[in-house]
Each structure stands twice: as C-alpha cells, then as structure tokens.
Design a protein. Structure first.
Length: 425
C-alpha cells in the first residue's frame, strides 16, 4: 500500500479510515479525505501500537491496520492461554475462534500454536470503493473465518493480479456467479461478497439463508463465485493503480475517445479490451457491430480485441467454466434493473421460467438482450455451449459507476436471485 499523509485523498484513505473505525475510532468520518481528525486517529493508533506517532501511514502502520481490513489477527499461544481468555482479550465471541480453528484442541493448547482470531464485525464493507486488494483481503478473511470455504485463483490479469474464486458447499449441483467483467461496474463485487458472507455465517450457525436451511444448500449445491473478473480495470476506475506505465497507456487509449469520461467511463481491461465481448459466441458479429460503432482499436469500452479470448481475464473465465459442470450462471453487471436471459434462438430448459422467477423476487424487468449487445458475452457463450440457463443481471439505475448509496436497495432486490440461482435448479 502507498504511504499516506495529511491531505491525501482517495480509495486508500477510505481503507485507512475503515480500518481505524473498526479499531475503535468510531467517530471518524468515512469520506476518503486524510484531514485533521484522521491524522489524530492515526497518531493515537500509532502510540497504542508501539509505533512512532508521526501521523504518516507507511509500511509498519499499514501492517498493524491490515488485520482490521482482513477481519482477523493471529495469536501465538503462550503458557496459560485459553480460548475463553483469548475471546475476552480480543473482544470476540468464543464460537468465532472455535470455528476458525477446527484443529485446535481447547483442552490441550500447545505453546507456540498459531490461533486465528476473527474480529466481531461483518467483514464485507458496503461503504467504500472496491479494488483488487480489498477483494483479496476479503477472500482471505472469509477463508480464515470459515475454513469450510474453498478459495483459489482462476488465473491472472494482464498486470498479474490474481482473479480469485470462492466455493461454498459440497453438493453435486454446481452453479457459478461472476461480477465486474466491466471495470466501472465494480459495485457488483460487494453484492457477491456480501452474499457469500451471509451464506457462510448462516451455515456456520446452523441457520436459514432466507427461507432455506443453509445446511441443505451446502449439502446439495456447490456455489462458485468470482467476485472481480477485471481487477486491473477496477483499480484504474477506483484510483488504486499500481503501475504508472499501465496507467499512462490507458490514459493514451482514453484520449482517442474523448467522449468517454476517464476513468469513470472505463469498462475494459487495462489494455482496452472489453472482456464481455471476448467469448466465442458469434464474436465476428460482435466485431462487425462494434467496428461500425467506431470501436476499432483498444478503447475504454466496446473493443472486442483482435480475436476471441485474447484477454487473459476472459480466458480464465472460459477455462474455469470448461473445467466445471455449471448448471446455471449469473453474470452481474450494471445498470438498468434488467434480467437478460436469452441468446439468439437458444432457450435452455426452464430458462424462461427461472428468469420470470428472478423477475418476481427482484422487481427487475425480464428482457431479451438488444441485438447490438447480444453477442460474444459470457452469458451468450455459456448458453450456446452448454444449452443451460445463463443470465446477465443489470443492477441499479443511473450511470456507472453507481453510487454506494444504492447498495442496500440493490442487495435487497438481488438476494432472491442469488438464493434462487441454487434453489431453482
């Protein structure tokens, strides 16, 4: 993470403030501005953690803050430690520690054992901009809090960032949800991550998820989630760029399309390829349409690339799908409050019925994809290849990136879709 000082602004400052608020500085504003109150909180945090209280957030200060962003810390067992004493020391419920440490015997605590201590707050934030690093912290934190989750990588982005996945459940029926194919549609990422956290917590506590026992879902289904297909692009839009060279190249690409605002209008990967126009489902027709619209070179959106699957991010989704047996897929985009369910004249069994169910539980319109946008998308390729239900869900209303203020309503509207993606199969 970058060094932050008084006067800094942006997404990294949001993460700093989020960590401080979780660490107990609850009166601090979460506004992405490193002002006087944030500086004072930083200095106090540094004093309490044995650091020089200079108010600058560098490597050592970030190291002390990371646990509050990942949602857990690690304790090395000392003589006399008990799990109950650790729960009191870290102000977290005993059941959370037991859940995160299934191999630790509470009756025989061995000195030197590493015990993971989850903090007692929801891990997935819904009030800060997202980025690849925040997504990685959340995936790590969820995997520690809920060891029954499987996590891994489907591949890497252009810049080498991991494209993470989560798996919840052990059932034979496999379903797949993905988000943030498009960079400025990053609000779709916390939709999937919040659902994953609620599902995992419901299963851990033996409760229902919605009106269905989470244990039943876990037993019957394997839910795979890729919350951020396009990490480089999201980082560009939200200001978490890590390489001046890639950023400068993206700026040059954007300059050739001055009618598209930069970076907020950026949908493509970092090289200017639209990832949801990369799949081998009438890709040549998508090329014809987009070329006619003027997108013949790398662009902030709508450039199909030089051939299908040349973008590593789309190729990773292609290969991930090919190595599984998904019965249904949801691809999350924004905006419009629309459910797109069909590709050409393909109509997989029950796909219309399920789409209508999604419309009922969400209030979203159920429509066929407009012709000009109806080719080379992930949904299109999945339906054509597998003849199984695939859907594009367009969340929210307005101009992407959608404001965080819409999140609560978006999540409420989509909960039934996310649950129904399993129960309707």
């Amino acid at each position: 993470m970058e060094v932050l000082r008084y006067g800094a602004r942006g997404t990294a400052v949001y993460y700093l403030q989020l960590a401080l608020i979780r660490a107990g500085y609850t009166d601090l504003a979460l506004d992405g501005v490193f002002g006087g109150a944030t500086a004072e909180a930083v200095r106090d945090f540094q004093r309490k953690n044995g650091l020089s209280p200079d108010g600058a957030v560098g490597k050592r200060t970030w190291a002390k803050l990371y646990p509050y962003l990942k949602g857990y810390t690690t304790h090395i067992v000392k003589s006399g430690d008990t799990l109950f004493a650790l729960s009191q020391r870290y102000n977290t419920p005993l059941y959370r520690i037991l859940l995160a440490n299934p191999t630790v015997n509470p009756q025989n605590m061995q000195v030197g054992t590493r015990v993971q201590i989850p903090f007692d707050f929801p891990l997935v934030p819904t009030n800060v901009p997202y980025s690849s690093i925040l997504t990685a912290w959340i995936v790590e934190g969820l995997s520690v809090r809920y060891p029954f989750l499987e996590s891994g990588s489907t591949g890497n982005s252009v810049m080498g960032k991991s494209i993470s996945f989560l798996r919840i459940g052990t059932g034979e029926k496999q379903v797949f949800y993905n988000a943030s194919h498009h960079a400025n549609e990053w609000l779709t990422t916390p939709v999937l991550l919040k659902f994953a956290e609620e599902y995992a917590d419901s299963y851990a506590l033996g409760e229902k998820l919605g009106d269905v026992l989470a244990a039943r879902l876990f037993r019957e289904y394997s839910l795979y989630l890729v919350p951020m297909v396009n990490p480089d692009g999201v980082d560009l839009v939200t200001g978490m760029r890590t390489s001046g060279g890639y950023y400068n190249r993206a700026r040059q690409i954007a300059d050739a399309y001055p009618e598209i605002p930069f970076p907020n209008g950026w949908k493509a990967n970092i090289e200017g390829v639209d990832l949801n126009l990369q799949y081998p489902a009438s890709w040549e027709e998508a090329k014809r349409i987009k070329y006619a619209q003027g997108f013949r070179t790398p662009a902030p959106r709508d450039f199909v690339g030089t051939a299908p699957l040349v973008a590593p991010e789309s190729f990773s989704m292609f290969t991930f799908t090919r190595t599984h047996n998904f019965l249904l897929t949801l691809s999350y985009h924004s905006q419009g409050e629309i459910i797109y369910w069909k590709y050409l004249d393909y109509e997989p069994a029950r796909s219309r019925e399920i789409a209508e169910y999604f419309g009922e539980v969400s209030g979203y319109a159920v429509e066929e994809t407009p012709y000009a946008s109806g080719f080379a998308g992930y949904k299109d390729w999945f339906i054509e290849t597998y003849d199984r239900p695939g859907y594009t869900i367009e969340i929210g209303r307005g101009q992407s990136p959608l404001p965080l203020s819409q999140f609560a309503e978006i999540y409420k509207d989509n909960f039934g879709i996310l649950l129904g993606g399993m129960t309707q199969i």
